[in-house]
Design a protein around this ligand. Structure first.
Ligand code: AMP
Length: 210
């Protein structure tokens, strides 16, 4: 197994790129920390109950809570798999936890999108609550409005995608997650792709970078 970390602001397209790559390559596995947390909330687990309040405010959940979930997924992943790790690590402490786990991280790829574009992207974002596929009302619409192409479920707007919470999530990103760019760059592990060139081009550039 090897792990490639996806870096980028909320709405930069990490989930879209990783989801598309995983659906096209049997050897790739998309692991989204946000989806793990939303899954725990939906199941009503103790971790989910603890995470809910932080997420609804756009704050990060405690490091130990999400690190335990990631550790479990890493432990259960075997064989010739490339894990596309989306949303973890989210700060320097989590990057160190990942290293202490002995996780085989081979690189990090930043999907670069300016804040001015992020707000509009998240405002138009629609998500499938069942299979987790992501859409955008203009840039990546489903075939039938409001319905998931993959599984036919009704699409929803994520609770934390409202404009006020998005502002808070961007502040958290710049303060806590952005330092990871120089962290991985300093280790010679960072590649950067332009996240504004359309889904297919970003996926292609990402694949080349990793
Ligand atoms: P995402 O789906 O990656 O945008 O994550 C949604 C929310 O889940 C974030 O705004 C955080 O509240 C929480 N979250 C996801 N990943 C992490 C993480 N690695 N550390 C702390 N909180 C996280």
């Amino acid at each position: 197994m090897k792990i490639v970390i996806l870096l980028g602001a909320p709405g930069s397209g990490k989930g879209t790129v990783a989801g598309k790559l995983a659906s096209e390559h049997a050897s790739m596995k998309h692991v989204s920390s946000g989806d793990l947390l939303r899954g725990a909330i939906a199941k009503g687990t103790a971790a989910g109950l603890e995470a809910k309040g932080y997420m609804e405010k756009g704050n990060l959940v405690p490091d130990a809570l999400i690190a335990t979930m990631i550790k479990d997924v890493v432990a259960e992943t075997e064989g010739d798999v490339t894990m596309l790790l989306d949303g973890f690590p989210r700060n320097l402490a989590q990057a160190k936890i990942l290293e202490e786990m002995g996780a085989p991280v081979t690189g990090a790829v930043l999907i670069d999108v300016p804040d001015s574009i992020i707000q509009d992207r998240i405002a138009g974002r629609r998500t499938c609550p069942k299979c987790k596929a992501g859409y955008h009302v203009r840039n990546l619409p489903p075939k039938v409005e409001g319905v998931c192409d993959n599984c036919g479920e009704a699409l929803v707007i994520r609770k934390d995608d409202n404009p006020e919470t998005v502002k808070d999530r961007l502040v958290v990103y710049h303060q806590q997650t952005e330092p990871l760019i120089s962290y991985y760059s300093g280790k010679g592990m960072l590649k950067k792709v332009d996240g504004t060139t359309g889904v297919d081009n970003v996926v292609k550039a990402f694949l080349e970078a990793m």
